[in-house]
Write a new protein. Structure first.
Length: 182
C-alpha cells in the first residue's frame, strides 16, 4: 500500500445538529433550558440532603453521588455544545476533545456503577430488612461509592487511552455536537 503525506489532526470541526441559524437558536434555547433545570435540580437535591438530617441515609447518600455525577456529566458536554450552537466556527482542539471524551466516559461509567450499587442497596432494604443496618453501614456505603467512582475512572482511562492512541489523520469533521468514543 502506498502511504500519502497527511498531517496530524490538531483540532476537530463539530458539525452539530443543524446548519440552519434559526434551528440553532431554537436548539440553544432548548438546551440552555434543560441544562439550567438539570443544574438547579441537582444542586437543590444535594443541598436538601445536606440540610435535612432525616435524609442522611444510605439511599440518599448514593442519590447524592448520582446527582453529583449527573451534574458533572451535563456540565462536561452542554456548555461546549451551547457555545458551538451560537458560533460560526465550531472547532474544538484535540486536547479539549480528549478531555471531554475522558470525563464523558468517567462520569458515564460512574453513573452506571452507582445505579448498580443503588439497586443492591434497595435489594438489601427490601429482602433483608432486619439485617439492613448491619449490612449497609456507612463504611460499606463509602466503599461502594468510592468503588463506583474508581471503576468509572479505571474503565474510562483504559478506553480513552486506546481511543486516543489511534492515528487521527485525514478528515477532522465530526458529525456530532460533542466528542465521544465512536
Amino acid at each position: 500500500m502506498r502511504q500519502t503525506n497527511q498531517t496530524q489532526v490538531t483540532e476537530f470541526f463539530l458539525l452539530g445538529l443543524s446548519d440552519n441559524p434559526h434551528t440553532q437558536q431554537l436548539l440553544f434555547i432548548l438546551f440552555l433550558g434543560v441544562y439550567l433545570v438539570t443544574v438547579l435540580g441537582n444542586v437543590l437535591l444535594l443541598t436538601l440532603v445536606q440540610v435535612d438530617s432525616r435524609l442522611h441515609t444510605p439511599m440518599y447518600f448514593f442519590l447524592c453521588n448520582l446527582s453529583l455525577a449527573d451534574l458533572c456529566f451535563s456540565t462536561n458536554i452542554v456548555p461546549q455544545a451551547l457555545v458551538h450552537l451560537l458560533s460560526r466556527k465550531k472547532v474544538i482542539s484535540f486536547t479539549r476533545c480528549a478531555a471531554q471524551l475522558l470525563f464523558f466516559l468517567i462520569l458515564g461509567g460512574t453513573q452506571c456503577a452507582l445505579l448498580a450499587v443503588m439497586s443492591y442497596d434497595r435489594y438489601v432494604a427490601i429482602c433483608k430488612p432486619m439485617h439492613y443496618p448491619t449490612i449497609m453501614t456507612w463504611k460499606v456505603c463509602v466503599q461502594l461509592a468510592a468503588g463506583s467512582w474508581a471503576s468509572g475512572i479505571l474503565v474510562s482511562v483504559v478506553d480513552a487511552t486506546f481511543t486516543l492512541r489511534l492515528p487521527y489523520r485525514g478528515s477532522n469533521s465530526i458529525a456530532h455536537f460533542f466528542c465521544e468514543a465512536p
